[in-house]
Design a protein around this ligand. Structure first.
Ligand code: FES
Ligand code: MG
Length: 570
């Protein structure tokens, strides 16, 4: 039992020890807790249930299982709520609220009388927000994820949110699927509790949390509805109590080496582009920054080993059954920093030495027989994205890797919505679609980078076209899409001055995206460009004033380790 080991903590570690403890105890007793319980150390459980977060539907069961583990190890579990971000229910985009959730998590972990914390998240923005908050609070913490959904079935085919959502919607737009069938499919895409069933942002972040060492080994991919998920939750509770006895803080676990390992795994699983922004933000909380050149080096050296949607074939349930993150780590062992330490205190080398080596090669390939020789994500640079851009080559069409085309410009999300399906739209498959004003300041950086194929082209059978923007795209999307364009000036950078008919050049080989307009003309246009007025009021005003660009993880300037925008761009 924890108290047998002489743990001091819980209600006794704040303020005037005598009076504060007495006062807190008396209020805690109004919750029906016995006096004995109040002498135990306390494990906070940051829980995130919400009627607007389907991915966290299993939260009550998880909280109960974590609590069981905490009690069994001799401490007092205290669940508390924070903001919860259900990906599809937030406007203009959940991304705007990730930093809010990270602040909520950090401040509540710091302010409440907890000695260690278990963070339970799952849906896209929740795990990065919790990791960011935990990194800044730097109290012993364990990340638990809700786990992925199981697949549904439609006419004998497996369906999983949300790659199949987009696929069938594309067919519906092209007239290949009738309204009746799409209504049926709607009820079969997301059929269990848990996060999206593919290697989208949520699952990528779960793999990253495990690789960083913040989650229990072997837990990232356990399906939400699997009994093992509850066992993992119970273990997290026990581990949190151990962390009070032998503190290991997030700052000892999230290091430059573990962040590099996480980028490797991101490449090997062909993970979501969003995860680059999130991992950059988590690392930035501890002053760790991985340069774009290093990211590209990691990408070039690390093969894609995992054959899952949206890029490949399988679903997260297959990944779990195939061996999960541990199997991937073993395949790229020679590329990893093996002396990183995880939340259990073991090094990565120790973890990998002690794991069974079974793996299902249909889902997780060997290093020598990869899905593709190089990583799925690269960083681009060029005169149109001075601070860089991200390109998911694994999800793109190879025939569009080296192209020069005419810009077809959409001034805003609204302009895009109004005109993209116009049958008179002046566009061909060889053009390059450019979306403006969709970055962090102008629009909160929604997942609008996956511009729909204009109906005119979709009807001609065009499946892909080069699309560029400062937005993000869903981790479950695919296409030849340049994203996260980081501009020197958030709302008046070079992307803002691209005009219809300009020539744009994409070269994946050179890792460049350029506007083929001479620099004097670019300077002249920038000079006369009027940036739209940013929001001023409330949280959105704070967001507009302080959010950094994608190259700095879209964190607020005052939340990064530097506490200012010294290295990140505004
Ligand atoms: Fe929550 Fe996809 S909507 S993970
Ligand atoms: Mg998503």
């Amino acid at each position: 039992m924890a108290e047998d080991k002489g743990i001091k903590g819980g209600l006794t570690n704040y303020g005037d020890k005598d009076f504060a403890s007495y006062l807190r105890r008396s209020f805690a007793r109004s919750m029906g807790l016995s006096r004995d319980m109040l002498d135990k150390p306390i494990v906070g459980i940051a829980m995130t249930p919400s009627g607007f977060n389907n991915c966290h539907r299993s939260m009550p069961d998880l909280v109960e299982a974590v609590s069981r583990g905490v009690l069994a190890a001799g401490a007092l579990p205290r669940p508390f709520p924070t903001v919860s971000l259900g990906e599809v229910f937030l406007k203009p985009t959940s991304m705007v609220y990730r930093n809010l959730m990270s602040m909520d998590t950090e401040e509540m972990v710091r302010a409440q009388p907890v000695d260690a914390v278990v963070l339970i998240g799952g849906c896209d923005k929740t795990v990065p927000a919790q990791l960011m908050g935990a990194a800044s609070a730097d109290l012993p913490a364990v990340q638990l994820v809700t786990g992925p959904m199981m697949t549904g079935r439609h006419k004998g085919e497996r369906l999983g949110a949300c790659t199949d959502c987009g696929r069938f919607w594309g067919k519906f737009r092209a007239g290949e699927v009738e309204a009746e069938e799409i209504a049926e499919i709607e009820g079969r895409l997301a059929t269990t509790a848990g996060t999206c069933a593919v290697m989208g942002t949520a699952s990528t972040m779960a793999c990253i949390a495990e690789t960083l060492g913040m989650s229990l080994p072997g837990t990232a991919a356990i399906p939400a509805v699997h009994a093992d998920r509850l066992v993992a939750a119970e273990h997290c509770g026990k581990l949190a109590v151990e962390l009070i006895q032998t503190p290991r803080r997030p700052s000892e676990i999230i290091t430059e080496k573990s962040v590099e390992n996480a980028f490797r795994v991101l490449m090997a699983v062909s993970g979501s582009t969003n995860a680059i922004v999130h991992l950059t933000a988590v690392a930035g909380r501890l002053g760790i920054r991985i340069a774009p050149e290093r990211l590209n080096q990691i990408s070039d050296e690390t093969p894609v080993l995992v054959d899952l949607k949206p890029v490949g074939e399988g679903y997260m349930e297959d990944f779990f059954a195939a061996g999960g993150v541990g199997a991937v780590l073993r395949e790229i062992r020679h590329l990893l920093h093996l002396d990183t330490v995880d939340v259990t205190g073991q090094t990565l080398a120790e973890r990998l030495d002690n794991e069974p080596d079974w793996v299902d090669r249909r889902v997780i390939r060997s290093f020598d027989d990869p899905v593709s020789d190089e990583g799925g994500l690269i960083s681009l640079t060029g005169n149109i994205a001075p601070q860089g851009a991200i390109f998911k080559r694994a999800a793109a069409t190879q025939g569009l890797f080296e192209v020069e085309g005419r810009a077809v410009v959409f001034e805003s999300l609204e302009d895009l919505a109004n005109r993209v399906d116009d049958t008179d739209l002046d566009i061909t498959a060889n053009d390059i679609m450019v979306l403006k004003n969709a970055g962090p300041v102008a629009a909160g950086m929604p997942e609008a980078g996956y511009l729909p194929i204009p109906k005119k082209l979709a009807r001609q059978g065009v499946k892909d076209i080069v699309r560029i923007s400062d937005a993000r795209m869903s981790g479950t999307a695919f296409g030849t899409i340049v994203l996260h364009m980081s501009l020197k000036a958030a709302v008046s950078g070079p992307l803002a001055i691209v005009q219809n008919g300009d020539r744009v050049r994409l070269s994946v080989a050179e890792k460049r995206i350029d506007l083929l307009v001479d620099s004097a003309e670019i300077a002249r246009r920038l000079e006369s460009h009027q940036a739209p007025e940013p929001e001023r009021r409330g949280y959105r005003g704070l967001y507009s004033r302080t959010v950094l660009q994608a190259d700095a993880g879209c964190d607020f300037d005052f939340l990064t380790h530097e506490g200012c925008s010294k290295e990140g761009s505004k």
